[in-house]
Write a new protein. Structure first.
Length: 377
């Protein structure tokens, strides 16, 4: 029996059929719009960041495997595309923004004895974690804050995997990571590795920074973590049940078994990831920064350096050497590693990566090689 006033023109929910049809049409139109936007974004060519990049390693005599590894993924989009992994198409990732990933892992920046295994494992797998976490970002979560969170999660995911699935790897490593997404540079520094961004003050407004004859302004990218003398780090260590020995830059953290370490943050280092309180003594959380780039109009280059290099040369010395080889990252890192190697034991491994910004903004490059390539020895 048809109820009075309704006339049978209603759905199972009681909603009038005309209203259901209207909602369905709206949903269909929205889905079509999103689909067309996705197809349009995917139809744009994949272009690598408009940079020159290279890395170099010196030293490390007597070791069967290198302590430090560097990986240059010159086009992360192309690598993701090959494995059918879709990145977001909104926010920082709109318009097929070029994406590059440059990573250095150093087994000399660890809590225990230096070793090559953790650095090797991280070099082989870190870019995979970054791609997975970027691909999982919702379309409304593609701002700086969410990309930073994706980087942190990549460190956490890889550290967990390293500890749980590789019990034979007992050493650890520090890291210096740079992720370029369009006009934004994200950096993640862990332990005693180092990152340096060189900016310049342009006296002649129309003159690009890459040819300006002015002094560089050095920006530190990772000195606020990984060191026991820093107050925030000291507080974290004490909450984990560890003791800090000393008060200056030479301060060390002492674990419950009496072991001492200059390093307070690293990947791996299984013995140090346990404490009486249940909190890890050594953390895998890096210092994350983001920088909106004016490309070659203000930023000239950035460097990622291994622990022995950052201890052998001051940041200004490194920048001065790099500036002597404009647009020649291989020559620059070659000279930097040679100069640093003169000041450290032959067993120390010196590694440096330089990324040089070219004029024309992030889309200036027309071609890309895009492979995930591990460089170094």
């Amino acid at each position: 029996m048809v109820s009075q006033g309704v006339g049978g023109h209603e759905g199972m929910s009681g909603t009038p059929l005309w209203k259901i049809r209207e909602q369905y049409a709206a949903h269909r139109e929205q889905a079509m719009t999103e689909s067309l936007a996705y197809v349009a974004a995917r139809s744009k060519p994949i272009v690598s960041p408009n940079v020159l990049v290279d890395g170099m390693t010196k030293g490390g005599q007597g070791s069967s495997k290198p302590f430090a590894r560097h990986v240059l993924v010159k086009d992360l989009r192309k690598v993701a595309d090959r494995i059918k992994l879709d990145f977001p198409t909104t926010g920082l990732f709109a318009e097929q923004a070029p994406i590059g990933l440059y990573a250095l892992f150093d087994g000399q920046s660890c809590a225990g004895d230096p070793g090559p295994l953790a650095a090797e494992y991280c070099a082989q797998n870190f870019h995979k974690k970054v791609m997975e976490n970027i691909a999982s970002l919702p379309s409304n979560a593609t701002s700086d804050a969410f990309v930073k969170a994706a980087l942190v999660k990549s460190f956490e995911d890889l550290d967990k995997e390293l500890l749980e699935t590789n019990p034979d790897i007992q050493d650890g490593c520090g890291a210096a990571i740079a992720l370029l997404v369009g006009e934004t540079l994200f950096t993640a520094i862990l332990g005693l590795c180092d990152g340096i961004l060189c900016e310049v003050d342009i006296s002649e407004k129309k003159k690009p920074a890459s040819v300006a004859n002015v002094d560089g302004v050095v920006k530190q990218l990772g000195k606020s973590q990984g060191r026991a003398h820093l107050q925030e780090e000291r507080n974290r260590l004490q909450r984990a049940g560890a003791t800090v020995v000393g008060t200056g830059p030479g301060s060390k953290v002492r674990s419950s078994d009496g072991s001492l370490s200059l390093v307070t943050r690293s990947m791996g280092d299984a013995a140090w990831k346990k404490s009486l309180t249940g909190n890890p003594v050594i953390s895998c959380i890096p210092e994350i920064q983001s920088h909106k780039l004016a490309w070659a109009d203000k930023q000239t280059f950035f460097l990622l350096n291994s622990k022995p290099l950052s201890e052998a040369l001051t940041e200004q010395e490194v920048v001065d050497i790099a500036k002597s080889f404009p647009g020649q990252p291989r020559a620059a890192v070659g000279e930097i590693t040679v100069k640093a190697a003169e000041k450290v034991p032959a067993t120390a491994q010196i590694t440096s990566v330089e990324v040089w910004f070219l004029p024309g903004g992030p889309l200036g490059a027309a071609e890309s090689s895009g492979d995930a390539k591990e460089d170094g020895p």
